[in-house]
Design a protein around this ligand. Sequence first.
Ligand code: BTN
Length: 273
Amino acid sequence: MTAVQGKRSTPLGGLTTRTIGRHLEVFDALPSTNRLAMELASNGCREGTVVIAKAQTEGTGRMGRSFASPLGGLYLSVVLRPKIAPELISPLPLVFGLSAAKAIGCTAMVNALVRWPNDVLVNGKKVCGILSLSTSSKGRLDSVIAGIGINVNSKVSDLPDELSTSATTLRDESGHEIDMKELLRNLMYFMDLHYSMFLEQQTDALLNEWSERSCTLKRRVRMDMVTGTVEGTALGVDRTGALLVRTEDGISVVSTGDCIHLDENPISAKAER
Ligand code: BTN
């Protein structure tokens, strides 16, 4: 069992969601909210359970990286049990990136954009990362864990030195302290809304909205994947959430990897023609 500190089961006032956050578990510190959420999911916890920690000692990120999780951030994992085939789940992490960007934008009053697949950037720097995990057995999806980490009221100087030019915090970008409960409420509101739209098969509309909020499309990108690297122009996402990149050799369809923006600004429609 994951070692835990300071557990509280807290209702959050003003919550209007149908599924997400109806049961909250709040901790002062955890090794990783994703790890505990996985354990709760395998023990049959109810859908929409949210595990929150004020700090993590072993936060995990995409591509096997660690995720710096000092005090002042918001670290949470949501347990979901979508009744869909495992192969249909791939756009959901992008959808939650959209939810996070909208919640961050309206709470901190900043221009929050998504970088493929689901980072949220403010002024070109990362404030939020998402790691989704899923478990399935006998060809059926058991659970999906959506783990979200946001740099909220911490300072860039609280993050590891190597992130000082690529990451930022909402407090540093907005110039004021952010109401953490309001951010949490807004995040769960948008996740809940988008999750029901996803289950109602409105994925195309969600991916269109993702595209409108994206700072990746129409840019020169380098995609770093386990299998190698491709460079080109990011054209759009397909229905699975994969990024379509025009390279010298044709269109590459990238399903997993890191996306590095190579230019400062999107290529204008005129220059692209
Ligand atoms: C990334 O940017 O690489 C994804 C980072 C995801 C971090 C969150 S914080 C809450 C949850 N618990 C974890 O250990 N990881 C995710």
